[in-house]
Each structure stands twice: as C-alpha cells, then as structure tokens.
Design a protein around this ligand. Sequence first.
Ligand SMILES: [Zn+2]
Length: 404
Amino acid sequence: MKEFKTEAITENLHSVLEFIDGQLELIGCPMKPQMQIDISVEEIFVNIARYLCPERSNAFVVAMLWYAMLTGSDIRFEAPVSKQLYDGLTGTLIPALAKGGFRAIRLEGEVTSERVETQGGVVSGLSCGADSFYTLHCYGGEDAPVGKKLTHLSYYMADYLFPFVKPPYDVDVLIDEQEKLYNEHVLEYAGMIAEHHKLPFLVVRTNLDRDYYRGGLIFTGMYRFLACTLALEHLFSLYLISSSGNADNVGEPSISSPTQSYEDLICSCCGTESLNYQLSDHVSRVKKLEAIADDPDVRQYLSVCYNSAAGGVNCGKCFGCWKTLIPLDFLGKLDGFSRVFNLKSYYGNRRHVFEQLVHYSFRPEAAAARDINRQLLSLAETVTSDSAKEFIEVYTELQNRNTV
Ligand SMILES: [Zn+2]
C-alpha cells in the first residue's frame, strides 16, 4: 500500500489530489470514476482541514479522562485546553468522579480562555430513535428557537452503539457487528432524512474503542461522544443532545454507573468558550411520540430496538420497542408504523407485551420502565381505547400480585 502524509490544511488539497490521481492512473482507472473519487477526496480532506481542531487538547483530554481516572494517571497536554473546560473538569467533574470511586488526577498544561474560530454550526445526532426525531422536529424547521435552528445532522459511530451488552465480550466482534448493522440501516436512513431536510450530514468514526478503551462500553459512552464533538470545534458552536429525558440522567457519577446516568453533569462540565451543549428538555416519551407520530420519515425509519432490527424492522420484544409501541397504540397512531413494527404480532400478543413491560418494571434497575408505566397510566386515563383499558387491568393485577 502506498502512503502519502501531509499536513491537514486546505492549501495541501492539490498535492493530495495529485497523489490520488497518480495512483488511479497507474491502475488504468477511467476518467469518470476518477473524477467522482476526486470530488469525495476533496470533500473529506477539506472537511478535516477546516473543522478538526488540532490547536486545543480539549477532545483528547476528555477522551482519556475515564481511562486516566480509572488508573490514577495524570494527564499532561502540549496544546492548550480551553479554560471553561479545564474549570469544569478540575472544579466539578473530577472531584465528583473521585467521590464516586475513581482516582483523583491532575491535568497539567497551558490553559487559555481564547475562543477558537468556529463556523457556528448547530448540530444534533440523528440515530433515528424517538428522542433524535423529536429534536429534529423542534429544531429542524423555520419555527426553531432563535439561534438554535439545526445547520447539520451527525451520526457518530462512537457513542451508544453498545448500550446493553454484558461482559465477557469480544470488542472487535461487537464493533464489526454493530457497524455492519448500523451501516445497513440507521446510517443510510439518517443520511436520507438529512437530505429531506437539506442539512449536511456528518458521519464521525473513531478508533477510541478499538485501540484505547477495549471495553467498558456503557461506562465510556459520553466521553466518546463529547471527545468527537470537541474534535470538531471549528465547525460546531452548539450541540443539541437528544437524551431520553429520564430522571435517571441526573444522577451522581460512580465507578459502576453508565455515563448515561450522569450525562447532565458531564455535559455541563465539558463546554468551552466556543462550544456549548443543550440537553433535551425533559419532555416525556409519550409527549415526544405524540409530536412526531405523523411525520412520514418517522413512520418509515423509526429505529428504537435494542436488538438487531433485521430489515429495519424493530423486534417488538425489548424495552425500546415496548415504550414506543404501547404509547403509539394508545394514541391511535400505531397503524401508521407498519413498516417498522410487526403489527400483526403485536396485536396478537398485546396482553403479553403489557405483562412483560410491567414485570420488567419490577426490576430494581428498571427506573426508566417505571417512569414509562406512570406515563402510560396517565395517558390511559385520557384516551378511550380498549388497549388503554386493558393496560390498566394488567398493570393493576400484576401490581397487586407483586405487592402481596
Ligand atoms: Zn426491540
């Protein structure tokens, strides 16, 4: 394999294209594909040169923080760290993590309050889940709040690809499987939806998992996500985070808790003078689904499943599916979702689905399921459908049996 190394600045685009064209000519590549390749190379190289932020260590410090605090290693950096980030880490996050069982560490190097140049992008990730569709619904159109209209959509092959796996596992196999799965479905769908909204779509890949963390997936999710965002500080000034809005996102960090359970804290500590995050408004799942249920893209591409969604069809058997199917059913909107759910199977087993959700909510760790039950019960009181009545019956019966 031939290699060509050069500094990632736009002035070097010409030499990059010269190298690529030389290689393509050597293998007799026809002119038309060569021109298409040149266009792609230009886009990728110029994006990297313009948007990656090498003059700050922000992304790298955040990427390494979890690992450093687990092992008690101080972090020394050569390029400066933004003061706001440094203060957030040293003043709040590191002490909170240390209280939660991690080792306290020091960050050593130059700190600056100088802003980096930014294109002022407003971005949000599009995973095709209900939360990300809701963000797109609120911030993608002309009626978005002033200064917060989305300018880009993104997809990180980096953050919550593996939220529910339990060790032992082979990281390389997992990453391969997940990338294949997401490449086949979600990534393709997200790209199409971005096109419908005429928004540029950024796909970010990272070697953080393969080469650094090698596991600990649910414990590193937010660090991976924030590191990727900080690496693009020349492009973004506001990242709208589509979280589930569950009450369990606001916990105290501990060595055994997933980053999702303290995501409000971690995000509030990782802003800089140029880049801020906005966490989701704490809107309930039911309200979100109500807002997005008539959107044709949502009906076509909604992806909420924790299992492999073969052919883009959600399994109907996991919590991600239950908390979507049941509210849509109560709202009378479910029939519009026949492409992404097997509705025949759901309608045929509805009582059993309700029982499974209620049983699942009895587990001590299933606070999110108890929250969904509360939402469903209060929705069931306002609608007249048979399914809502049946849910109240099932819930009351199982709850009584559980407390006896
Ligand atoms: Zn599922």
